[in-house]
Design a protein around this ligand. Structure first.
Ligand code: G1P
Length: 192
């Protein structure tokens, strides 16, 4: 494992840019650790399949209620192909107000990117929250080449908040062959 430290908190786009030299000139995955996805076929594998067919960058998206949309990057997409899961991105916006959101398709923390994103991030000004946003870099990239939003199959846990983290822990523990049985018994024994 190689790692690189983001010395200043200047946003997700800036964080990704720090990995430029490590990544080099090839496609790469960005996986945000607070988005945990439980799926029989891993989300990134599903996205790799899209990449292999379409050859362009892919971001994972999921429908979220309008009341929660302002916590996410949101795409404006035109349906592509016949799976009902793929969109060609026309535009995207970081954390819009509910009334300004172009759709209910929120970007979830899985991105399959191409190295041309780095130049776009470098040219990206500070955006929402005064940070250099990956969403804004991707928006620039989408002007230059086809970029896709893919509605993945699977359950996403938001471990970026305490309740989501706890739910993910419990659900994964219950699924484990070694721990599931005794953990279920323990939960049942609690007088809730
Ligand atoms: C980041 C991205 C946002 C995306 C989200 C997914 O935001 O900037 O576009 O929708 O991750 O979890 P954060 O949650 O880090 O504020």
């Amino acid at each position: 494992v190689s790692y690189v430290r983001q010395g200043e908190q200047l946003g997700l786009g800036h964080a990704v840019l720090q990995a430029r030299d490590l990544v080099g000139d090839e496609p790469f995955a960005v996986m945000l650790g607070d988005d945990i996805i439980d799926a029989p076929v891993p989300c990134m594998k599903q996205m790799m399949n899209v990449f292999e067919s379409y050859g362009g960058p892919v971001v994972a998206v999921q429908q979220v209620p309008r009341t929660e949309i302002s916590a996410y990057g949101v795409i404006d997409g035109a349906p592509e192909g016949d799976t009902g899961r793929l969109y060609r991105v026309r535009d995207m916006v970081e954390k819009p107000k509910a009334e300004d959101a172009p759709s209910d398709l929120a970007i979830i923390g899985r991105y399959l990117l191409t190295p041309d994103i780095f130049d776009e991030i470098e040219r990206t000004e500070r955006g929402k929250g005064g940070e250099i946003q990956l969403t804004d870099g991707l928006r620039r990239l989408a002007d230059k080449r086809p970029l896709y939003g893919y509605q993945f199959m699977g359950v996403r846990h938001d471990a970026g908040n305490k309740l989501g983290f706890l739910k993910a822990t419990v659900e994964f523990a219950l699924k484990r062959e070694d721990l599931g049985g005794p953990f279920r018994e323990y939960l049942k024994s609690l007088s809730l």
